[in-house]
Structures are given as C-alpha cells and as structure tokens.
Unconditional design. Structure first.
Length: 363
C-alpha cells in the first residue's frame, strides 16, 4: 500500500501544514479582535443610551415645550424608553401630555418602523414601547402586525399592545384568537391582557362589549375552560359590575368546581355574591365552600347562620375562612364565636378561639 509520504515530499507537507496552522491562527486572532471590538462598541452604545435616557427623564417635566427633538436612532430610542417609563408611572393627565410628546416627535413612527425589522429582539422592544405609549391611533398597526408576525415572543407583546388600545368587540375577539394561538402562555398573562381590554373598552365607552364576549364564551363549547375562567377572573379584578349576571349564570351552568371557584372570586370582588351565596355554601366541593364562606359577609345577616355552621365543616380551610368571616359581622359575629368557643364541637372551638384572638374585626 502506497503511503502519503511516498507521494508528497515530507518536508513540503510539513511546510503546507505549518502555513495552514498560521492562517487558521491568524483567522482566530482576527475573529477574536472583531468580537472584542464589537463587544466594546455595544457597551459604549449602551452607556450612551443610558446617559441619553437619564437626560430625557430629567427633561420630561413640565413645561414640555423646551424638550429638544431627537435626530438619530439612538436619541429616538432613548426618548422612547424615557417616555414609556414616565407614561407607566404618571397620572392620567400626565399620560395624556406625554402621549402628545410621542405624537409631536413621531416617536411611535420610529418604533413602528422597528417593529417591521428583521431582528426579533428589536421587534419585541418596539412592541413593548408601543404598548407603553397606548396610543389609540396605533391600533391598526398593531392589528396588522398580529396578522403578519410569526414569532410567538413578539406576538405576546403585540397582544399586550392591542389590549391597551382595544376599542371594540372585534379587538377583544382578535385578542382571544391570539391567546388561543399562543396556547402556552400562563393564566396570569391572560388575566392581565383581559383586564387591560376591560379598562380600554371602558375608556372607549364600550364596556358592554366585554359582557357580550362573556356571553359568547359561555355559548362556545370549543373555547377551553381555562380561558373562560381567565376572562371571568379579569372581570372581577377590573370591577366590571355589569358582568355579575353572566358570571352568576356561568356558576350555575358549570359542573366544574374550578369554574365555580373562579366565579365566586369574581363575584366576591364585584360584591355580587349574594345571589348565589346559599347554594355556594352548601356545595359538595370544599374548595367552593372555602371561597364562598370567605365572602359570606356579603350576604348580610341572613348569611350569618350558614357561615356559623361552616365553623363545623369537615374541611379545615372552610372552618378557618368561616372564623375570619364571622369577625366581619361585627358584634353579632363576635357573640356567635363566643358561643362556639364554649360549645361541644372541638373543631368549632379551635377556630372560634383563633378568630377572636388573632383576627382583627376589620380583617
């Protein structure tokens, strides 16, 4: 068998290998130098961006007429970040004035251009900024991006942006469709988005659209139960009093204990639990009873006997919530706890002593 050394002169082969190694070493040195220069450039840009942002934050105080306009991309970006910070923390009057600055300097146009870019990280940042600006006129752009965007990370930011400017039932329906498309997001995220939608619809005097969406959700057998629960939870957190009736009908319609718990929490936040209080306190599932008894004081004096009976419930958490709730009935509740503390039931005695000694009357 003929070896390579018999075909090529070993000395020549050694020279070739040395040259290849030298070229590769030079390439690695150049590559390392490029990486170092790029790292230094990024760090320098970040420091410059931070300085500009802090400068804009100092300048973003009335009167806003003395604010210098941005000219370069980094100035637009710094102003956008500063404006987003101020808008998130400002009063409603300050937010309106700051939104006018966004319009005056076309900062939203800058971020809309970025939202169309190739880099998904830049698109995410752009959508976050547009969401913070919450400009009603940006709604058509956000809807268009939702219909074209493929990256789920960017889509989630775009859903938040739309929830903050939603103005009609169609926007709410699109938000629901996108949440179903995303699929993997958490219930907390869904609740946050729906709460934003309620507040935006309320500002546009279309609060009733959310109630209509709840009615459609109840009739839609294809919509996942967890998403329906998220919609109901958001209605309670956003104080949507007009939804009390449909939420109560969800409670009676559902054979799912978790749905009943969600409805009770929402109605409790809306102070509308009185209409289903009695049946909730008699529920077979301890989780439902525990939540119902927590809001038992909303049923008034008529509900107190049922709450008192819950002091003897077989489940500890139901008894504990019952003891806390009894203190909210004032002097009558305290007197009832005193009676239980002297009664024959050891479980009721334990909770009564705890409630009277550890729970303040306004708990």
């Amino acid at each position: 068998m003929i070896g390579i050394a018999q075909i090529i002169n070993p000395a020549l082969l050694r020279i070739i290998l040395l040259r290849v190694i030298e070229v590769m070493a030079a390439f690695l040195v150049v590559l390392f130098a490029i990486l170092v220069v790029q790292k230094l450039a990024i760090e320098r840009r970040e420091r410059h961006l931070k300085r500009l942002r802090l400068d804009y934050l100092r300048r973003l105080t009335p009167p806003y007429s003395v604010l210098p306009p941005p000219h370069t991309d980094i100035e637009f970006e710094a102003m956008g970040v500063a404006l987003a910070d101020r808008i998130r923390t400002g009063t409603s009057h300050e937010r309106r004035e700051l939104q006018q600055i966004v319009r005056r300097f076309a900062v939203d146009t800058f971020y809309e251009r970025r939202a169309r870019g190739r880099s998904w990280t830049r698109r995410i940042g752009a959508m976050e900024a547009l969401a913070s600006f919450a400009l009603p006129e940006s709604r058509p752009f956000v809807i268009a991006r939702l219909q074209r965007e493929k990256d789920q990370r960017v889509l989630s930011k775009a859903v938040v942006a739309l929830s903050l400017v939603a103005g009609a039932l169609a926007d709410l329906e699109l938000v629901t469709d996108m949440l179903l498309t995303l699929g993997s997001v958490s219930s907390k995220f869904n609740e946050f988005v729906y709460t934003n939608c309620i507040r935006s619809l309320r500002a546009a005097d279309h609060e009733g659209d959310y109630v209509q969406a709840l009615k459609s959700a109840k009739a839609d057998e294809g919509m996942p139960w967890p998403l329906k629960r998220d919609m109901i939870e958001a209605a309670g957190k956003a104080g949507l009093a007009a939804a009390r009736g449909i939420i109560a009908s969800f409670y009676r319609y559902s054979g799912d204990a978790l749905m009943r718990v969600t409805c009770l929490r929402a109605l409790g936040n809306l102070e509308g639990l009185g209409q289903i209080m009695n049946e909730a306190l008699m529920d077979d599932d301890w989780r439902v009873r525990a939540v119902a008894v927590r809001y038992g004081f909303q049923g008034g004096a008529d509900a107190m006997p049922l709450v008192k009976r819950a002091l003897r419930d077989e489940n500890y958490y139901v008894r504990l919530n019952a003891g806390v709730t009894m203190m909210k009935f004032g002097a009558n509740g305290f007197q009832a706890l005193c009676e239980e503390a002297e009664g024959p039931d050891p479980f009721a005695r334990e909770i009564a002593y705890y409630a009277m000694n550890a729970v303040p009357a306004d708990a």
